[in-house]
Design a protein around this ligand. Structure first.
Ligand SMILES: [Mg+2]
Ligand SMILES: [Zn+2]
Length: 177
């Protein structure tokens, strides 16, 4: 059952310390507790994927090569710490581009579901911003905020271990997308 649950994860501020528009792999740091949390959820059968807005690319603050260098460094550090190599889906657009993938739109979430063969399966979305919660809810997922409650999230805490407890003790929400 859990093997069918998609675990959608924001990156910056959720798994990786938020440094604004990340363009230097030397600044990559992991959010405390994130690697242990994802390792535990994967051991319980969740299928993880990063879904991340990277508008620094559209804004010209981050080059595609820098974005790739940060991505490569993050994925390698996270794999070292957790044993989990995360697939990632990025939106490179800006807020005025009208794309369908910049959260709170759900294009990235849908892409992750399609590419990981989890369409119509339960999903959980975890992120540090209200836009993550909005995207998760629009997608039909259980939406969790790693941070203060915003009145919309199914659960909120700034403590990863509390998030893991919540996810493991709830009934799965099925998405129809
Ligand atoms: Mg974030
Ligand atoms: Zn986009």
């Amino acid at each position: 059952m859990r093997r069918e649950t998609l675990l959608l994860l924001d990156r910056d501020g959720t798994l990786m310390e938020d440094v604004g528009y990340p363009n230097d792999p030397a600044t990559v740091r992991l959010v405390p507790g994130a690697a242990d949390a994802v390792r535990e959820l994967v051991q319980r059968g969740f299928v993880p994927a990063i879904v991340s807005n990277q508008s620094g690319i559209a804004r010209g603050i981050v080059s595609p090569a820098q974005a790739k260098a940060v991505h490569d460094r993050f994925v390698a550090m996270f794999a070292d710490a957790s044993g989990v190599r995360l697939p990632a889906f990025y939106c490179p657009h800006g807020p005025d581009d009208g794309c369908d993938c910049r959260k709170p739109e759900i294009g990235l979430l849908r892409r992750a579901a399609v590419e990981l063969d989890k369409v119509g399966r339960p999903a959980v979305m975890i992120g540090d911003k209200t836009s993550d919660v909005q995207a998760g809810r629009r997608f039909g997922a259980c939406a969790i905020r790693l941070g203060p409650h915003d009145g919309m999230a199914d659960f909120a805490s700034d403590d990863w271990s509390a998030v893991v407890d919540f996810v493991l003790n709830r009934e799965p929400t099925h998405v129809g997308a």
